[in-house]
Structure formats: structure tokens, C-alpha cells
Design a protein around this ligand. Structure first.
Ligand code: HEM
Length: 120
């Protein structure tokens, strides 16, 4: 049986990887660089990050027995939006600034959901 702490560590590492990867891709868009190494590194890092957030999140959900409260559904929606953002980041460099702040706001709302667990 995998301890809940392991899922929590996986969840945190996944979060760090999403934000590092997207940070690199957004800066690439802002600078107008077409360096494929940055695109590849950013895509792989954020992709693995999204997977680890999902794995850790559902592991935590299973271990902590929360069921499906609204705060978890909001976080799953945030995860989906984060997953979608990479297409906008790579295809719409003119929106790079917006993507920078939107990514941070999504992270902020996800943390608000887990710290306050509203509607519980
Ligand atoms: C698939 C989507 C997700 C699911 C199912 C999920 C689920 C969970 C669960 C069940 C917990 C444990 C809550 C507790 O300790 O009482 C948790 C903690 C946490 N989640 Fe998520 N989460 C998801 C996505 C995210 C995203 C996208 C972020 C941020 C960008 C995030 C940030 C956090 C943070 C910061 C914690 C606190 C960990 C702690 O206090 O030890 N989660 N998540």
C-alpha cells in the first residue's frame, strides 16, 4: 500500500514541473525564440508534471477518502485547463503575457481550493 505522503510528494513535484515547463515555454514565446530544445524541454517537463499531478491527486483522493467534493472538481477542471494551455502558449505567442498570469491565477485558485476546501 503506497503511503499518502508518497502521493503528496508526487503531487507537489508534478506542480513544480508544470510551472517550470510553462515558464520556459512562455519566455520562449515572449522572446520570439524558435529554439526547438526549449520547446521540447518545456513540453516534456510540463507533460510529465501534468501526469504526476493527476497520479498524486487521485492517490491522495483515494487515501484521504474525500469522495468528490466541489473543491476537488474545481481542481480537476483547473488541471484540464492547464493541460489545454500548452497549445495556446505554443500557438499564440501574442498571448504570452496573459498565459503567464493565467497560469499563476490557476495555481492560486487550486491552492485556495485545497487549503479552504470550500463547499465541504
Ligand atoms: C487532477 C486534479 C487534482 C486532484 C484530483 C487533486 C487532489 C488533491 C488532494 C486530494 C489533495 C489532498 C488534500 C488534503 O491534504 O487534505 C491535494 C492537495 C494539494 N493539491 Fe491537488 N489535486 C489536483 C490538481 C491540483 C493542481 C492542478 C494543483 C496546483 C496547481 C494542486 C495543488 C495542490 C496542493 C498545493 C495541495 C496541498 C498539499 C498539502 O497540503 O500537503 N492540485 N490535491
Amino acid at each position: 500500500m503506497i503511503p499518502v505522503q508518497v502521493y503528496n510528494v508526487i503531487h507537489f513535484v508534478g506542480i513544480f514541473m508544470i510551472f517550470l515547463g510553462y515558464g520556459g515555454l512562455i519566455v520562449r514565446s515572449i522572446t520570439g525564440s524558435d529554439d526547438r530544445r526549449i520547446r521540447k524541454l518545456g513540453a516534456i517537463t510540463s507533460g510529465i508534471g501534468l501526469f504526476l499531478v493527476l497520479l498524486g491527486g487521485f492517490g491522495l483522493l483515494a487515501r484521504l477518502g474525500y469522495g468528490w467534493p466541489i473543491w476537488v472538481l474545481v481542481k480537476i477542471a483547473i488541471w484540464m485547463i492547464l493541460g489545454f494551455l500548452i497549445m495556446v502558449i505554443n500557438r499564440k505567442p501574442q498571448l504570452a503575457g496573459t498565459m503567464w498570469w493565467l497560469t499563476l491565477v490557476l495555481g492560486f485558485v487550486a491552492v485556495l481550493m485545497v487549503v479552504y476546501k470550500p463547499f465541504m
